[in-house]
Design a protein around this ligand. Structure first.
Ligand SMILES: [Zn+2]
Length: 264
């Protein structure tokens, strides 16, 4: 803890005049908000392009696989800035789901493969930024299962929970975390009723296990606009909302994103 506090207090300004970051101590899996005195400009973060808006704001993720220690932000000007990544402890858990979601029957293999191809194409979309300012919770209910938990499904499949779960009895209104374009609003095998919003620059929000869609693919939505009603479809132990946020292939911890204060 002491070390993390120390890292958080490091004067970034000493190496980077005017650059601030939030959270103060980013960690593997966290979002990371960069603020320069002004923009627009571009940078490179984790070998990915990062765009700063005219007011100098850029949002990215610190991948879950990133090791604690220094990471480099390289600005288009050639300036490089070191960002210390703090340690973070995620929990483990055991989940029991219907067996067909751990060992899918042969007749759904083709469907799973086709859906994987659709998701790959959707997440390759790159469009201009559609959001500005803080992100909103997708449901007005308590958060249950956190991001990053190492899960064992039925004593077999191991995976990492790449989103945040919200308690949601079937029929709970689910709303857009920010302005975006609806890229997916359809049923999928694992996700159940599934909505994906494109917020631009490779930032996507994902809403799973829905029961009724209130948007269709191609729609544009405003922040807090109703997307769907929650449900219990797909690979679930019971009804809830799974909310995920991905930046250029890296999932980020939604709870920290929803708490970020956006400097403008
Ligand atoms: Zn979940």
């Amino acid at each position: 803890m002491l070390r993390r506090t120390f890292l958080a207090a490091l004067p970034l300004a000493a190496q980077t005049p005017g650059l601030t970051i939030a959270p103060a101590a980013p960690f593997p899996g966290s979002p990371i908000l960069f603020k320069l005195p002004s923009g627009p400009t571009t940078a490179t973060w984790l070998d990915r392009p990062l765009a700063f808006s005219a007011d100098g704001v850029a949002l990215a993720a610190v991948g879950l696989e990133v090791k604690p220690g220094p990471l480099k932000l390289t600005l288009a000007s050639g300036e490089t800035h070191t960002v210390p990544i703090a340690r973070h402890q995620y929990r483990s858990g055991i989940i029991t789901v219907p067996p067909q979601f751990v060992t899918p029957p042969p007749q759904v293999q083709k469907r799973i493969k086709e859906e994987a191809a659709v998701k790959k194409e959707v997440f390759a979309t790159r469009s201009p930024r559609r959001w500005k300012g803080p992100f909103a919770a997708p449901a007005d209910t308590p958060q249950t299962s956190p991001f990053g938990t190492r899960r064992t499904y039925n004593g077999k499949t191991r995976s990492i929970h790449q989103g945040l779960d919200f308690r949601a009895a079937i029929g709970t209104p689910i709303t857009a975390t920010h302005a975006g374009k609806v890229l997916l609003a359809r049923e999928m095998y694992y996700e159940g009723g599934f909505v994906v919003l494109d917020h631009g620059e490779g930032l996507f929000s994902l809403y799973m296990h829905l029961s009724k869609f209130e948007v269709k693919e191609g729609d544009t939505v405003e922040q807090r606009q109703p997307l769907a009603l929650s449900g219990g479809s797909g690979r679930v132990t019971g009804p809830h909302l799974h909310f995920g946020v991905q930046w250029q292939g890296l999932y980020m911890e939604p709870a920290t994103l929803l708490r970020l204060r956006f400097p403008v």
